[in-house]
Design a protein around this ligand. Structure first.
Ligand code: PEP
Ligand code: MG
Length: 582
């Protein structure tokens, strides 16, 4: 029995066989061999080199017949790399001395080269990274590795182990067979984690290097509550996990009874509970968990993981589907928040040194008005179907807000000229997720109908911590006193101006933090559907003054750790039964 610790990003416990993918998405069926198998495994590697080399020679010949000089050049460069005896020797040594499987040896060695070339920079070396990846692919294919597409025809349940997963790869996982996933990279605030929570797939990220320990097919427990992964658990450990899962399930069933009851504190303060969704298909889960509406629809997921951008019509249909399903409740549709970790090949910006500070989100939309206009047209047309509200992400300056609003007005004029009926009272709001927006909020509130505090990015930009980077994940703390002050200040300014405030960052999905936010004056929380029943239970068990006491104490503290401890202690004292279940 061996254990890994990472960041818990999506609650739930799964027990299944491991499926290990290498960095290129190839399935590594076996990572270690026995001592007796070492030399036959090294011979298998030799044979794979011969076959891969023959395959590349054939490609070079075909390119030469077609007089494709450039391509011929690429293949002969790959051939040279493949014939370099040092490369094969490094892999052989990993097999012969350390019992690596041939697949793992290929993946480790070539990945090391790719990273070194990338670090050295320069165009010539960066181009070589592509060659290395091609060679890796050719060798792994010879060694029987199946490419990632095998994920779409899984036949039995697995827990996926991969170096990393993009948000759109995560969104495409087949929940029927992928019971959980674990990645070496990634931090708790990244969008991969958010998608996993939305899809309710238990997940642990940022575990660090695991490829050598995992064999495809070995039994594993993935504990998405505590961020633990246990390899080959013994019977007792497995039984403990199964028992805890049964307890949690019966607790979840007991919360179903609250579904149609309001989220009010014992002293009658109403807290509006809305849901965050990435896809229209999540609305039914949101409503069945008691959501009063949609507080954040992340529309960029319509654009990710598909060959072409969705047309105006397709977007219109998606927005109408959500509005009709929600049936008169509010639906806050956020305009495209592409960029940084949410990239599609069509919209990727020239490689940026600091993508989270780069051309992302509203900045990208304002630079690409034709793309933005299509989305705004679809939204404004759909607004006739219900209470649609438009929200702009990552607003940092008044100019951005004004430019975005001007575009809305101009799109409205176009639609009217084309004969469409257009509503004039569509509410327009902005996310508050950059400290600059908090500092200038007294001006912003004069020009928006509502604000929604995005604590995921607000934490990232306040503390200068990349939300998806496991190396600094311990610094990524939404309850850092600096972030709390910004939230508190935002709520006060919005209240004074009489405009609605919600919190839609992941912070609102933890019941203990939700009580803190309520104490800070927040009256609308938007969170992944799966979190709503627990939030309601917590809210209905406490008084407003208890929440205020939590907030007042937190605002006096000096470090994130102190706040975390104080808030959790208060929560445990107020809801001792619940603390065991979350
Ligand atoms: C946020 O930043 O808090 C937020 C809700 O938006 P996203 O997580 O999509 O960046
Ligand atoms: Mg954000």
């Amino acid at each position: 029995m061996q254990e890994f610790q990472g960041f818990p990003v999506s609650p739930g416990v799964s027990i299944a066989q491991a499926l290990l993918l290498d960095r290129e998405g190839y399935q590594i069926t076996r990572s270690r061999v026995t001592t007796a198998e070492r030399s036959s495994e090294a011979e298998r590697l030799d044979r794979a080199f011969v076959s891969a080399s023959e395959q590349i020679a054939k490609r070079t010949e075909q390119a030469s017949e077609k007089q494709l000089g450039d391509i011929q050049g690429i293949f002969s460069a790959q051939q040279q790399l493949l014939l370099d005896p040092r490369l094969r020797e490094e892999m052989r040594q990993l097999i012969l001395r350390r019992s690596f499987s041939a697949q793992l040896a290929v993946s480790q060695v070539l990945n090391g080269y790719a990273q070194a070339f990338r670090r050295m920079g320069g165009t010539f070396l960066s181009e070589r990274v592509g060659d290395i990846r091609d060679i890796e692919r050719a060798l792994l294919e010879q060694l029987g590795g199946a490419p990632t597409t095998s994920l779409s025809n899984l036949q039995s349940p697995v827990i996926l182990f991969s170096h990393d997963l993009t948000p759109s790869e995560t969104a495409n996982l087949d929940k029927k067979f992928v019971l959980g996933f674990c990645t070496e990279a990634g931090g708790p605030g990244g969008h991969t984690a958010i998608v996993a929570r939305g899809m309710e797939i238990p997940a642990v990220v940022g575990v660090g290097s695991f490829a050598q320990q995992i064999r495809g097919g070995m039994e594993v427990i993935l504990d998405g509550y505590r961020g633990r992964v246990i390899l080959e658990p013994d019977a007792q450990t497995k039984e403990n996990y199964l028992r805890r899962s049964r307890d949690r399930q019966s607790f979840a069933v007991s919360l179903d009874a609250l579904r149609d009851l309001p989220a009010i504190t014992v002293d009658q303060t109403h807290v509006e509970l809305l849901a965050n969704i990435e896809f229209p298909s999540e609305v039914s889960a949101a409503l069945s968990r008691g959501a009063e509406g949609i507080g954040l629809y992340r529309t960029e997921f319509l654009y990710l993981g598909r060959k072409e951008d969705p047309s105006e019509e397709q977007q219109y249909q998606a927005y109408c589907e959500v509005l009709k399903a929600v049936n008169n409740g509010q639906v806050i549709i956020r305009t495209l928040d592409l960029g940084a970790d949410k990239l599609s090949t069509r919209h990727s910006v020239e490689s940026e040194a600091n993508p989270f500070l780069g051309l992302r989100s509203i900045r990208y939309c304002l630079r690409n008005p034709s793309l933005f206009r299509i989305q705004l047209r679809a939204m404004l047309r759909a607004s006739l179907e219900g209470d649609l509200r438009i929200m702009f992400p990552m607003i940092a300056t008044l100019n951005e807000l004004r430019s975005a609003r001007l575009l809305v007005r101009s799109v409205m004029d176009d639609l009217r000229e084309e004969g469409y009926a257009v509503r004039h009272d569509v509410k327009i709001g902005m996310m508050v997720e950059v400290p600059a927006a908090v500092m200038m909020l007294d001006h912003f509130v004069r020009e928006v109908d509502f604000i929604s505090i995005g604590t995921n990015d607000l934490t990232q930009y306040t503390l200068a911590v990349d939300r998806g980077n496991e190396a600094v994940a311990d610094l990524y703390q939404a309850v850092d006193p600096s972030v709390l002050r910004l939230i508190s200040q935002s709520v006060k300014v919005a209240d004074q101006a009489g405009i609605a405030t919600s919190v839609c960052g992941e912070m609102s999905s933890h019941p203990a933090y939700a009580l803190l936010l309520i104490g800070l004056g927040v009256r609308t929380l938007s969170s992944p559907p799966s979190a709503l029943p627990q939030l309601k239970k917590a809210i209905r068990s406490v008084s407003l003054s208890q929440c205020q006491a939590i907030a007042e104490r937190a605002l006096r503290l000096e470090t994130a750790h102190q706040v975390h401890t104080a808030v959790h202690d208060s929560f445990a004292a107020l809801l001792p039964d619940m603390v065991q279940q979350i």
